[in-house]
Design a protein. Sequence first.
Length: 305
Amino acid sequence: MTADLSVRIGDLTLRNPILTASGTFGYAAEYETMVDFNKIGGIITKGISPEPRLGNPQPRIWETESGLINAIGLDNVGVEDFEQSKLDYLRKIECAVIVNFFAESAEGYAKLARTLGAMAGVDALEANISCPNVKAGGREFGVDPVAAAEVTIASREATNCPLIVKLSPDVSNIGDIASAVADAGADAVTVANSMPAMAIDIESRRPRLSFGRGGLTGPAVRPIVTRLVYESAQATDIPVIASGGASNWRDVVEFLLAGASAVQAGTVNFVNPRASVEMAEGLETYCRQSGINSLTQLVGAVDMP
Ligand SMILES: Cc1cc2nc3c(=O)[nH]c(=O)nc-3n(C[C@H](O)[C@H](O)[C@H](O)COP(=O)(O)O)c2cc1C
């Protein structure tokens, strides 16, 4: 018997809960020879902005003992080029295509949500309200429930496309933000973006990254994100998508038990490009061997003291 691993995000059904995280999977074509898109639930594109962006100057990645600090600065081709040069390929791949996007104002988010949401081949949108690596926009929307709700309402009114809102981990009560965004009409929340961080070269006494600070991702953040996923799932009824440090199917099961309905593979793609497929296959085997026939038996099933 095969387990039903499907997941609903608004009107969208994913064949299984494994997604690839924005910014770690390019525009999917880059992984064509390594990843069988048929085996995963969906891919999430690099964050798209109204205009093309070069991002921050190098160096913009620093490897730590158990993760990465990045300050890419949302380098991307912009919405026009995305439609012209990336979308044809994405229309052909056999998994959900979720487009991550961001702007500098609620109106900017609404305009982009309208444009992207109307493109054939775009199955869902993920609004990034939480990037720590830019001077304008990004994180300031994600740390305040009112601003987070404003961006969500504006985006929601602009499109019927399933809307995921990606939250910041850098808040004292993520449940407040998750429930504000859910009340504002989001179909799901992603928990969470990279964790504000910093590394210094002791010889030069200068930061390792040109931007000064950056965002930590990878295995180092996973226990923190597990707690944030748990708190978000307790605070809202919409699906929570875990993003932070998942490396294998065991991590996926742990996130599901904490309350996630889906899990993103991010930094691990740089170490093992097939990680997302291996997670999906491992989850399937685990469910079969444990007599689990639906993910609902796992989601939020942590036995808390
Ligand atoms: C190099 C890099 C670029 C990223 N770019 C984006 C981005 O454009 N938009 C976004 O919402 N998140 C971006 N992220 C955050 C990831 O999507 C993900 O939420 C984060 O890395 C945590 O998951 P992980 O620990 O599995 O990598 C980026 C992360 C990395 C490492």
